[in-house]
Design a protein around this ligand. Structure first.
Ligand SMILES: Nc1ncnc2c1ncn2[C@@H]1O[C@H](COP(=O)(O)OP(=O)(O)OP(=O)(O)O)[C@@H](O)[C@H]1O
Length: 235
């Protein structure tokens, strides 16, 4: 059986902040329905990769293809319209708006989550409906930020450190949500420093060191390569 064409295909990606050359020749791909993680130490270039894919960082060279189309030169709103969604590390919840207003603000697109589906999947958001975004816990903010972008019906979800700063029980809940999205056929590209969380979820891991992908580890190799992975992440 032949491998299906990648949903996301990143080739020879270099990225810059002004004069600073941050990504060097990054190659990676995500298959339809696959969960892939980017792991590595602080500053290794993982967030920059997500920003480059999303078209938020435009100072870059190489090629980014999504569902067979070249999206390298598209501005971020047109990248989003093709079916990519990004939840940044800071979670981008509108702090002065209520949970309900945060959910209603992005209109649901065809194939996206309705308000009802969102509130059914995340009962805590229904309970907190009238609370301002600023009063939510970190886990509630992460759930709200994820649901906001799911309203647009993305085919690929880019998540930047979704487990960061959350209690273990909430981290497990976020993991369950990602698994249910995968079961629905969504692909996920995940930046993580929490190896236990990433290895529970991801089908493959790309290891970043100094702006380059230096290793790729499949789910069934994680056990045997655990020591290497810890070394890549240790400071
Ligand atoms: N806005 C910016 N301007 C200049 N340099 C930046 C900017 N954002 C990130 N960098 C630098 O780019 C490099 C890669 O950063 P990036 O945020 O992609 O790393 P990361 O692997 O996601 O780590 P982290 O977990 O710390 O976010 C780092 O050296 C960082 O200092």
């Amino acid at each position: 059986m032949s491998t299906p064409a990648p949903l996301l295909d990143v080739r020879n990606l270099d990225a810059y902040y002004g004069q600073s050359h941050v990504l060097r020749g990054v190659n990676l791909h995500v298959q339809p329905g696959e969960v892939v993680s980017l792991i590595g130490r602080n500053g290794a270039g993982k967030t920059t990769t997500l920003k480059s894919v999303m078209g938020v960082l435009r100072s870059r060279t190489g090629q980014i293809r999504f569902a067979g189309q070249d999206i390298t030169r598209l501005p971020s709103h047109r990248v989003a319209a093709r079916g990519l969604a990004w939840v940044p590390e800071e979670r981008a919840v509108m702090s002065t708006l209520t949970v309900r207003e945060n959910l209603e603000l992005p209109p649901a697109r065809p194939g996206g989550w309705s308000l009802e589906r969102a509130l059914e999947a995340f009962p805590v958001l229904r309970e907190r409906g009238h609370h301002p975004g600023s009063k939510l816990s970190g886990g509630e903010q992460q759930m709200l930020a994820m649901v906001r972008v799911l309203r647009a019906g993305p085919r690929l979800l880019l998540l930047d450190e979704p487990s960061e700063g959350l209690a273990p029980v909430i981290v497990r809940r976020i993991g369950d949500i990602i698994e249910s999205l995968r079961a629905d056929g969504m692909a996920v590209l995940l930046v993580e420093q929490n190896l236990r969380f990433a290895s529970r979820l991801a089908d493959r891991h790309y290891v970043f060191v100094d702006g380059q992908v230096v290793d790729e580890v499949a789910r069934d190799e994680v056990g045997a390569r655990h020591g290497d992975l810890l070394k890549y992440l240790s400071v």
